[in-house]
Ligand binder design. Structure first.
Ligand code: ADP
Ligand code: MG
Length: 739
């Protein structure tokens, strides 16, 4: 297998879906390229290629050959700087469109209202075409040179033809009058079409800017300076000079400059901007804090842990930027249509011209001409190219505000269709911080003997990473027991652990593990029953082949789980809890959380099999887990939803990452995804229907019956409106009420 690299290349000059389709096709045709996606909104191409065959420079050359601009991405640029640079470029683009639209609009009004002599109009038209409309012609030309066509082609051919016609009518009017035609000129139409198309672009550029508002808001969370302790005193330092390990001082009301861990002081921190959690979170020494969040009333100091590109904020921004650059599968149809759209429209326009010229009677040349131009102008596939990406942009931004990070458009689309939500028990439904609440002993021995045995068990568990093991170690420590180091240790995943401590054979784990070691758990059957009924996990301990104790371990349900599960069910979703724990305990927890279905006693590898089984029934399955232990199951599910640990979001498995550790985020993810799909479908419908209706009307099919004809000027206004309406519809997602 050959190695593959992926590169992001900023592309400039793309104005529509057809442009994007052309660049994408050109890249896909390059030798060594395995995958290429071009995003109109992000103005970039993401290309996977074999570095032995292709190179970034070759890819850049391939893009330039299609007539668009491309350059190497500055790779030392952080996501924050990149977004700021793109913001500036977008603002410049908007200002440029607006200036050109206003000037050509004024000149168009002059040409139309004052009706100067034709040659004056011709001069005005030349000025507008050469200055404001220059890009249309330059790009249409470079596309044509490579055998392509895009929306620039439509505008250029439409206005160019109208201009040439008018020039002939001005310079040689006798050519018309001799055949009984009025030598009409269309200079003012040329000017106004250009003005309207540019106005559409300006509105679109501004609306598109708004689709990135959530990302921009995140970037502005980053303070520029930090108060750090250096050489024994507090200094105000630029935030990018702060090193991990340095002590940061935070005063009431201040924004935290970097991520870290509280060393002294206490406060509550408003983390809503990153997690969607509306209630400030209490912070005490040892607690983790995130850069960009706001300290409330208290003051504290903390040790910086991650800074710069590794910080949580930078990771969220990067994840969001990458997600916004992706597309949803629903877009494929629009892409395919846009790819062949322009040649088809040019053909339709030619047919329109011929049909009018041949079939209509009086003044047919003029009508034929106007209708052909109107077809060209109204058919621009701009709205089609914006329908899906703008919705992906706004939805991922909205998600981030709620603390729900979608990794891409596909995740949004699949999440909208989820039917079954599978929840891991530990750490997902429950807090994931178990504690030993009761111990039952198999024999009546002195408490010192019990403690000795407990110390052996804790010694073994100290080598295990399982949260249950941690709770046993903590319990022993709380009783002041000193633990030895085991001389042998075997972890039995999903069962427990065994080994040798101080010369004693120790086994700790569930009933299945005891059975494997031929240890009867019957003597503690009553205690096991009581533990399970109280929703506690029973862990057995055996020393030298004899059962010694049962530890009843409680892991409370998260306070929000019950309400969140009720929400999921209200959304019509089937909810299943998956666990390695026993049926009895799992059932008790599920009942308390309101979960109807339980699959218990599953070994970790069995979780993947269980998800496959559900999928085999034809259901779309979401798996919700902690992202570390449950990575294979998250990957198997149609949508993997990882409950974020908050430190390494980028490495988190899953298609959706929840910044807040509760299940409400799952319901929010589903609701947002459903809303987004609805928006995308509406957008695509309107973008298509607009062309389906607009083209025949422009061609004049309504003329014979109703005398209705679309002038090229009206056509250009309609085109501008369609793109703006699609972007505006996507922007409505920002105010979607998702509780
Ligand atoms: P969960 O679904 O709760 O994540 P696991 O697969 O991690 O379940 O574990 C399943 C069961 O195996 C636990 O309920 C416990 O009884 C037993 N077990 C696993 N590891 C240990 C351990 N280190 N110590 C004691 N018991 C363990
Ligand atoms: Mg687990």
């Amino acid at each position: 297998m050959s190695a593959s690299s992926t590169v992001r290349i900023p592309v400039s000059g793309m104005t529509c879906a057809a442009c994007q389709a052309r660049v994408q096709r050109a890249l896909q045709k390059q030798p060594g390229v395995s995958d290429a996606t071009v995003n109109l909104m992000m103005k970039s191409a993401t290309v996977a290629f074999d570095p032995a065959v292709a190179s970034t420079d070759a890819l850049i050359a391939a893009i330039r050959a299609t007539g668009y601009g491309a350059e190497r991405a500055a790779d030392d640029q952080s996501a924050l700087e990149e977004q700021e640079a793109r913001d500036r470029a977008d603002a410049d683009e908007f200002a440029d469109f607006r200036r050109k639209a206003i000037v050509s609009g004024v000149l168009g009004a002059v040409a139309m209202l004052l009706m100067p002599p034709p040659w004056v109009q011709a001069v005005l038209a030349i000025v507008v075409m050469a200055w404001a409309g220059r890009d249309f012609y330059v790009r249409a030309w470079s596309a044509a040179r490579h055998g392509g066509a895009d929306m620039n082609t439509l505008v250029a051919v439409g206005t160019g033809a109208a201009f040439l016609y008018s020039m002939v009518a001005t310079a040689a009017p006798h050519l018309f009058t001799t055949s009984g035609l009025a030598p009409d000129v269309y200079f003012e139409a040329v000017i106004i079409i250009i003005a309207l198309v540019l106005t559409g672009h300006a509105f679109e550029a501004r609306a598109k800017r708004n689709t990135a508002s959530a990302l921009r808001a995140l970037i502005h969370l980053q303070p520029h300076t930090a108060r750090v302790e250096r050489f024994g005193s507090e200094v105000e330092a630029p935030v990018d000079t702060v090193e991990p390990g340095e002590i940061v001082i935070v005063r009431p009301g201040e924004r935290l400059p970097v991520d870290g861990e509280v060393t002294s002081g206490e406060s509550a921190v408003d983390e809503s901007m990153l997690t969607g959690e509306s209630v400030p979170v209490a912070k005490a020494p040892g607690d983790r804090v995130i850069g960009g969040t706001i300290n409330r009333a208290g003051a504290f100091r903390y040790r910086a842990t991650t800074v710069g590109a590794a910080s949580v904020l930078a990771q969220v921004v990067r994840l969001m930027r990458d997600a916004q650059g992706t597309r949803a599968p629903i877009q494929r149809l629009a892409d395919q249509i846009s790819g062949v759209f322009v040649p088809v429209v040019i053909a339709l326009s030619a047919i329109t011209f011929l049909a009018w010229y041949l079939l209509a009677g009086d003044a047919s040349l003029m009508r034929a001409f106007a209708a052909a131009v109107a077809v060209l102008i109204i058919a621009c596939p701009c709205a089609m190219g914006l329908a899906v990406p703008t919705a992906v942009m706004v939805a991922t931004g909205k998600g981030a505000e709620l603390g729900v990070l979608f990794k891409g458009g596909e995740a949004l689309q699949v999440a909208a269709g989820i039917q079954v939500v599978v929840l891991d028990k530990t750490g997902t439904v429950t807090e994931g911080h178990p504690s030993v609440v009761d111990v039952a002993y198999a024999s009546t021995a002195a408490s010192s003997v019990h403690d000795e045995r407990l110390a052996l068990v804790a010694a073994l568990e100290a080598s295990s990473e399982h949260p249950l093991a941690e709770s046993i170690v903590a319990y022993a420590a709380a009783r002041g027991l000193t633990v030895a180091r085991p001389s042998a240790f075997v972890s039995h995943t999903g069962l427990g652990a065994s080994g040798v401590v101080d010369g004693h054979a120790v086994v700790v784990g569930n009933a299945a593990l005891m059975a494997e070691h031929d240890i009867s758990v019957a003597p503690l059957a009553d205690a096991a029953e009581r533990a399970a009924a109280a929703a506690r996990t029973a862990v057995y301990a055996a020393v030298d082949g004899a059962l010694v104790a049962l530890l009843a371990i409680a892991d409370p349900i998260k306070p929000s789980s019950r309400a969140a599960i009720a929400r999921l069910r209200a959304l019509g979703l089937d909810v299943v809890m998956l666990t390695g724990d026993t049926e009895r305990t799992a059932r008790a927890i599920a009942d308390a959380a309101g979960i109807p279905r339980v699959v218990a006693g599953v070994l970790p590898e069995g979780k993947v099999a269980e998800i496959k089984r559900l999928q085999a029934e034809g259901t779309i399955v979401a798996m919700v887990g902690d992202g570390i232990n449950d990575a294979p199951a998250l990957a198997q599910a149609n949508v993997g939803i990882a409950i974020g640990t908050g430190t390494d979001i980028a490495a988190e498995a899953g298609d959706v990452v929840l910044m807040r550790g509760d299940l409400m985020g799952v319901a929010q993810a589903v609701e947002l995804a459903r809303r987004t799909m609805r928006t995308m479908r509406q957008n695509l419908f309107w973008a298509f229907i607009y062309n389906v209706i607009g083209i025949p009307v422009a061609a004049g099919v309504l003329y014979p019956a109703f005398g209705l004809l679309l002038s090229p000027v009206i056509a250009s206004a309609a085109m501008a409106f369609s793109s703006v309406s699609v972007v505006t519809n996507s922007l409505r997602l920002r105010s979607a009420r998702i509780a």
